[in-house]
Design a protein around this ligand. Structure first.
Ligand SMILES: CC(C)(COP(=O)(O)OP(=O)(O)OC[C@H]1O[C@@H](n2cnc3c(N)ncnc32)[C@H](O)[C@@H]1OP(=O)(O)O)[C@@H](O)C(=O)NCCC(=O)NCCSC(=O)/C=C/CC(=O)O
Ligand SMILES: Cc1cc2nc3c(=O)[nH]c(=O)nc-3n(C[C@H](O)[C@H](O)[C@H](O)COP(=O)(O)OP(=O)(O)OC[C@H]3O[C@@H](n4cnc5c(N)ncnc54)[C@H](O)[C@@H]3O)c2cc1C
Length: 593
C-alpha cells in the first residue's frame, strides 16, 4: 500500500497491476477489499456514507470483504436467510443467522484477514420483509483484531486453489449494527422504520455486475499467461524426428501442436479486446445508472453474465490444453500452469455460477427475440436476431471478415430462434411458463454461447477495421482474428451447417484455411506471446522463461524441493527400515520352516 503511494499509483488499473506483481502466484488477501468492498461502498453508499467509509477503506484503516453466500444458498440471492431486523427503539439493525443453512460460507478473507464485511441480508422493518440489502458490519475489534462478541467466525478449510485467500464462515447471533450501516444509496430505512424502496430492486446486485466485468479481463490474463508459457516452451522443447534421421524437431513445428496452441493465442487477443470493450460498455451504462437512467441496465446485466461465463469456461479449457501441450513438465508446479488453472477455475463458479449466468443472458435474449418478432427496435448488439435466416453464406477463399461475422450472426440468430420456438411450443402444449422455460434451457445455453461468441468475433473485427494500426501489425492481428473466427466455425461446424448455411465447398475452404493460418502464424508465434510482456516474476514458470533456459531452471527448481533437504528421509527410519527388517526376519523364519 505504502509502496503504491510512493510510486504515485493513482489509477485502480495501475494499483491492480502492482498488486498482481507483488503477489504473482497467490491471489492477494486484499483482492476483495480493493476489488469489491471499497467500490461497493462507493457505488451503493449514500454520498455521506461514501465520504465517511471510502477513505478508511482506501487507506486500509478498514479492511473488508463481501459476505453474501451462505451454506444453503449462493446462486439464489432471494433465498438467503440471514436477517437484518430494524429496531426503531435503538435505531439499530439486528443481524441473525436463524438456521444452520443461513451461516455465511465462502466469503473471501473473512476467516482471519478482514475487520469489516458487506453483508447481504433479508431486511425486515415494521414486521415486513423487503428483500436482500447490503449492510456494513464490523466483525473484528479494531484494536486487537479479536472477533466481535455475537459472531462466530472461522476458516472453511483447504480448497482446489485460492490458497492466498482465507475463505471463511460467519454466524450472527442477534448482532446489532447502527441503522446508518445499511447502504442507503438506492433503498432506505427511515428512523421511524419506514422503508423507501429503490427504483429497481436489482440495483443492490450492482457489485456482482461490476466484478463479472472484471472477470472477463481475468479470463484474458490467465489464458494468455498459460499461452505464453506453452508457446515459449514449444519453441524450446525438441522431441522426436519430424524428418527421418534429422535432428529432433521443435514441438511447435508439429501441426497438432500448432492446432492446440495458436487458436488459444488468437483467443487471448480476442478476449483482451472483448474485456476492453466490455469495460467501456460497463463504464458508460453504470454511469447512466448512477445518474438514475436505468434503461440499459438489463442489457449490461445480460452482457456481463454471458461474457463472464463464456470467457471463463473457454479460458479454463484452454489453460488445460496449454498444460497438456507441455507434456510431463506441464504437470509440475515448476511450469506455473497448475496454479494459473487452480486460481481461475473457481471463476466458473463464483460471482455467479456460469450456467446460471448464461441463463440470465438467455432470458434477456428470449425477451428480445419476441420484441424483434413484433418489429420493435432492438439494442444494436442484439439486432442480429432479426437476420433473414433464409440467406446462405457468401464465404469465399479469402474468408473475409464480413462473411465470418455474417456466419456468426446467422448461427446465433438461428439458435436463439430454435430455443425460443421450443419455449413457445412448450407453452402451446399447456406447460406453465416456468416449465416451458426450464424445458428449453439446454438449447438456450447453446444459443447464448453462440451469442457471446458473435460478440467477441464482431468486436475483434470492428477494432481491426476502426483502429489505426501499422500495416505489418494489422496483418498479423488480422491473421489472429481470422484464425479465431475460422477455428470457432470448424470446431462448431454442426451449429453453422444445421440449416445448410454453408455449402460443401465452403466447408472445405474453412478446413483448408484453418491449417493455412497455422503456417502463417508460426513465424510470429513467439513474438506474439512476448508482446504480452509478462515478466518472468509474474509467470513464475521454468518453462515460460524469457531466456528459454528451461532445463537449467527445472534442475535448480528440483534441487530446491524441500524433500532434498536431507539425503535420507525420516520415513526410512520410521517405516521402510522396520518393514524391511520385519520382512527379513519373516524370511529367516520361513527358511527355517
Ligand atoms: C441469478 C440471479 C441473477 C437471480 O436473481 P433474482 O433476484 O432471482 O432475479 P430473477 O432471475 O428472478 O430476475 C428478475 C429480473 O431481474 C433481472 N436481474 C437479475 N439480476 C440483475 C442484475 N444484477 N442487474 C440487473 N438486472 C438483474 C433479471 O434479468 C430479471 O429481469 P426481467 O426483465 O427478465 O424480469 C441472482 O440470484 C444472482 O445474481 N445470483 C448469483 C450470485 C452471485 O453472483 N454471488 C456472488 C457472491 S460474491 C463472490 O462469489 C465472490 C467471489 C470472490 C472473488 O470475486 O474474488
Ligand atoms: C473460490 C470461491 C470464492 C468465493 N468467494 C466468495 C465471496 O467472497 N463472497 C461470497 O459471498 N461468495 C463467495 N463464493 C461463493 C460463490 O459466490 C457461490 O459458490 C456461487 O455463487 C455459486 O453458488 P452455489 O455455490 O450456491 O452453487 P449452486 O447454485 O448450488 O450450484 C450447484 C448447481 O446448481 C445449478 N443451478 C443452480 N441454480 C440453477 C438454476 N436456476 N437453473 C439451472 N441450474 C441451476 C448450477 O448450475 C450448478 O450446476 C466463492 C466461491 C468460490 C468457489
Amino acid at each position: 500500500m505504502d509502496r503504491m503511494e510512493e510510486l504515485g499509483f493513482r489509477s485502480e488499473t495501475d494499483r491492480q497491476i502492482f498488486r498482481e506483481a507483488a503477489a504473482p502466484v497467490e491471489l492477494s488477501p486484499f483482492g476483495l477489499h480493493s476489488g469489491m468492498f471499497v467500490p461497493t461502498l462507493e457505488r451503493q453508499g449514500t454520498p455521506e456514507q461514501s465520504r465517511k467509509w471510502v477513505p478508511l477503506g482506501k487507506s486500509f484503516k478498514m479492511i473488508g470483504t463481501y459476505a453474501q453466500t451462505e451454506l444453503g444458498h449462493g446462486t439464489f440471492i432471494r433465498g438467503l436467510e440471514t436477517t437484518a431486523t430494524f429496531d426503531p427503539e435503538t435505531q439499530e439493525f439486528i443481524l441473525d443467522s436463524p438456521t444452520l443453512s443461513s451461516i455465511k460460507y465462502w466469503p473471501g478473507n473473512v476467516a482471519k484477514t478482514v475487520n469489516h464485511c458487506l453483508v447481504m441480508a433479508q431486511l425486515y422493518t415494521q414486521g415486513k420483509c423487503h428483500g436482500t440489502h447490503l449492510f456494513l458490519v464490523q466483525v473484528r475489534n479494531m484494536e486487537d483484531h479479536t472477533i466481535m462478541p455475537g459472531l462466530e467466525i472461522g476458516d472453511i478449510g483447504p480448497k482446489l486453489g485460492f490458497d492466498g485467500v482465507d475463505n471463511g464462515f460467519m454466524r450472527f447471533n442477534k448482532y446489532r449494527i447502527p441503522r446508518m450501516n445499511m447502504l442507503m444509496r438506492y433503498a432506505k430505512v427511515l428512523e421511524n422504520g419506514d422503508y423507501i424502496k429503490p427504483k429497481n430492486a436489482k440495483l443492490t446486485y450492482g457489485a456482482m455486475v461490476m466484478i463479472r466485468v472484471f472477470i472477463v479481463m481475468d479470463a484474458f490474463k490467465t489464458l494468455s499467461r498459460a499461452a505464453v508459457i506453452a508457446v515459449r516452451y514449444s519453441a524450446v522443447r525438441r522431441q522426436s524426428e519430424l524428418r527421418p534421421g534429422g535432428e529432433e524437431a521443435q514441438v511447435m513445428d508439429y501441426q497438432t501442436q500448432q492446432y492446440k496452441l495458436f487458436p488459444l493465442l488468437a483467443t487471448s487477443y480476442a478476449f483482451l479486446l472483448a474485456a476492453e470493450g466490455m469495460s467501456q460498455i460497463y463504464a458508460k451504462i453504470s454511469s447512466d445508472i448512477e445518474r438514475g437512467n436505468l434503461e440499459d441496465m438489463p442489457q449490461l446485466h445480460a452482457l456481463a453474465c454471458g461474457l463472464k461465463a463464456f470467457c471463463t469456461w473457454v479460458a479454463c479449457e484452454g489453460i488445460e490444453v496449454c498444460r497438456m501441450s507441455c507434456g510431463g513438465h506441464g504437470y509440475s508446479h515448476a511450469s506455473g500452469i497448475p496454479k494459473i488453472y487452480a486460481n481461475i477455475v473457481g471463476a466458473c463458479t463464483y460471482e455467479g455460477e456460469n450456467t446460471v449466468m448464461m441463463l440470465q443472458t438467455a432470458r434477456y435474449l428470449s425477451k428480445c427475440y419476441i420484441r424483434g418478432q413484433r418489429g420493435e427496435s432492438l439494442p444494436e448488439l442484439i439486432q442480429y436476431l432479426t437476420t433473414d435466416l433464409n440467406v446462405k453464406s457468401t464465404l469465399g477463399e479469402d474468408c473475409s471478415f464480413e462473411s465470418l461475422v455474417a456466419a456468426y450472426s446467422h448461427r446465433a440468430a438461428r439458435m436463439v430462434a430454435v430455443a425460443c420456438k421450443l419455449q413457445q411450443t412448450n407453452k402451446k402444449k399447456g406447460m406453465a411458463g416456468h416449465d416451458a422455460w426450464n424445458k428449453s434451457t439446454v438449447p438456450f445455453i447453446a444459443a447464448t454461447k453462440a451469442h457471446c461468441h458473435l460478440f467477441i468475433v464482431r468486436n475483434f473485427v470492428t477494432i481491426l477495421s476502426q483502429k489505426k494500426i501499422d500495416p505489418a501489425t494489422h496483418n498479423v492481428l488480422s491473421q489472429l482474428c481470422t484464425l479465431y473466427a475460422v477455428y470457432g466455425i470448424v470446431e462448431n461446424m454442426g451449429e453453422f451447417m444445421q440449416d445448410g448455411y454453408f455449402n460443401q465447398d465452403q466447408v472445405s475452404i474453412l478446413n483448408r484455411k484453418v491449417l493455412a493460418l497455422l503456417e502463417d502464424i508460426r513465424p510470429n508465434a513467439v513474438a506474439l506471446v512476448d508482446a504480452f510482456d509478462y515478466p518472468d516474476h509474474l509467470l513464475q514458470s521454468c518453462l515460460g522463461r524469457y531466456d528459454g533456459q528451461v532445463y537449467e531452471a527445472l534442475y535448480e527448481y528440483s534441487k530446491s524441493s524441500p524433500l532434498n533437504n536431507t539425503d535420507i528421509h525420516s520415513s526410512y527410519y520410521n517405516y521402510i527400515r522396520p518393514m524391511m527388517q520385519k520382512r527379513s526376519e519373516s524370511k529367516n523364519i520361513s527358511a527355517k520352516l
